[in-house]
Design a protein around this ligand. Structure first.
Ligand code: LLP
Length: 428
């Protein structure tokens, strides 16, 4: 449930909590991402409460939305963070996150990133290869410190989601297959003295709309933990990763409480602390993108609504063919039209929706792209030299700009035209 609702009589207006989207668009400009603080809080608490009966840690997956104000909202609620780069760790530090609640995932952590994380004393690394395991130990040894680790095992479970965001199959680049992982734990215990073998990790994919694949994976993790214990290695944490889906269109995503029940049932006698890395489930429906219609155009086979937000602002439809609801910000009694809602980018792949039936709109009017809180701003780019959109957080009757709209000058930050390149070369 989210707090983006229509209010008013015949001309209904979309509100983010107590603030009209039209007002934000007028004052901040468009395109603009709008997040609801109350929704973020509600979703975080729903996830947290689902596991109230078990020792657990909710590590918000920063890649879904890395705005500092969003991160601070979760750290204030007692959340930790799942990071995948030194840049994300830098953000968590800036947002005042508790380092003892940070886990570091990703297949390609560099030595610099590992050093940064060890110095910051994060809780643990989710290790994705034998080479990485050895490198973490080497860096920890050089720094005369210890590093907590969990090996990400590849459970070979099909999450039945989009192939680009499915991660737990043998053919995917993620994790280590179980047999090899078992050998790696044994090797680490014997030879990698600066590592603390804290847990076992797995993440099978994103936007899962069924609980079954999670439980299938968890059963394999349980067996794996049993095998480790038989060797005298006793991991205190099981990390289930992220992946619980949301409703974009008509998917029925399970409520976190159902996920909680199923997981707790499987793990209650295991004596471990559970870690979760939810991203989308918490922020996805807590944000929208408001965009203004620039033109409408009628072709002989298609209608086009050209908005001021494009694939650089919201790449999910172009990249995965994803669906986002699109609603007029001011609802009037009007006929409908079937149209492609496109951006200004010079690519046919630049669309927010295709063949979408929506209420007729005119140039200058506003549209709200729904479910835009996860993997939208974080995946946005400056393609076509478009400054990135602004981000706003609403709380009750107030709103705050939490990221200024980029200016043209931001686009060329760091670029140089060294004179030497343009000196005429002397003729020989
Ligand atoms: N943990 C790990 C190790 C992950 O790789 C991911 C997401 C998460 C947690 C968080 O998953 P979530 O709870 O948000 O499903 N850009 C794509 C999604 C990519 C997901 C990558 N990994 C999209 O827009 O759908």
């Amino acid at each position: 449930m989210h707090y983006f609702d229509y209010k008013g009589g015949a001309k209904k207006r979309l509100y983010a909590e107590g603030v009209s989207v039209k007002r934000i668009a007028k004052e901040v400009g468009t395109p603009v991402f709008i997040y609801s603080h109350k929704t973020l809080t509600r979703h975080f608490n729903a996830f947290d409460t689902a596991f109230a009966d078990a020792p657990h840690l909710i590590c918000f997956s920063v890649k879904a939305n890395s705005n500092l104000a969003v991160l601070k909202t979760f750290s204030t609620l007692g959340g930790g963070f799942d990071i995948v780069s030194g840049g994300e760790l830098f953000r968590v530090v800036k947002a005042g996150g508790d380092m003892k609640k940070v886990v570091f995932s990703g297949v390609g952590k560099t030595e610099e990133e590992i050093e940064f994380a060890i110095k910051k004393r994060i809780l643990m690394f989710n290790v994705e290869s034998p080479q990485e395991l050895r490198l973490i130990n080497k860096v920890a040894k050089r720094l005369k410190k210890r590093a907590g680790i969990a090996i990400r095992i590849n459970p070979d479970v099909d999450p039945k989601t989009h192939p680009y965001i499915s991660t737990g199959l043998k053919k995917n680049k993620f994790g280590i297959e179980r047999k090899e992982a078992l050998r790696e734990y044994a090797y680490a215990r014997k030879n990698l003295a600066n590592l603390d073998l804290l847990g076992v990790d797995c993440h099978i994919g994103s936007q899962l709309t069924s609980i079954k694949p999670f439980i299938d994976a968890l059963k394999k993790v349980k067996t794996f933990v049993g095998d480790l214990r038989a060797q005298g290695i006793d991991p205190g944490y099981i990390n289930m990763g992220g992946g619980l889906g949301i409703t974009y269109e008509d998917e029925t995503a399970p409520h976190p409480s159902k996920y909680g029940e199923a997981v707790i049932k499987e793990t209650k006698d295991l004596g471990v602390t559970l870690i979760f890395e939810p991203g989308r489930n918490i922020v996805g429906n807590a944000g929208i993108l408001a965009t203004r219609v620039t033109y409408t155009k009628k072709g002989s086979v298609k209608n086009f609504i050209i908005a001021d937000a494009g694939m650089n602002d919201l790449p999910r439809p172009s990249l995965y063919g994803s669906y986002h609801g699109i609603e007029p910000v001011v609802k009037e009694r009007r006929g409908t039209v079937t149209a492609d809602i496109v951006g200004p980018i010079c690519e046919t792949g630049d669309f927010i929706a295709r063949d979408r039936k929506i209420k007729k709109v005119n140039p200058g009017e506003l549209l709200a792209v729904m479910s835009a809180g996860a993997y939208c701003y974080t995946m946005s780019s400056n393609y076509n030299s478009r400054p990135r959109a602004a981000e706003v957080m609403v709380k009750g009757k107030d709103y705050y700009v939490v990221k200024k709209r980029e200016k043209p000058a931001d686009l060329i930050e760091g670029e140089v035209m060294p004179n030497a390149l343009f000196k005429k070369s002397k003729k020989r």
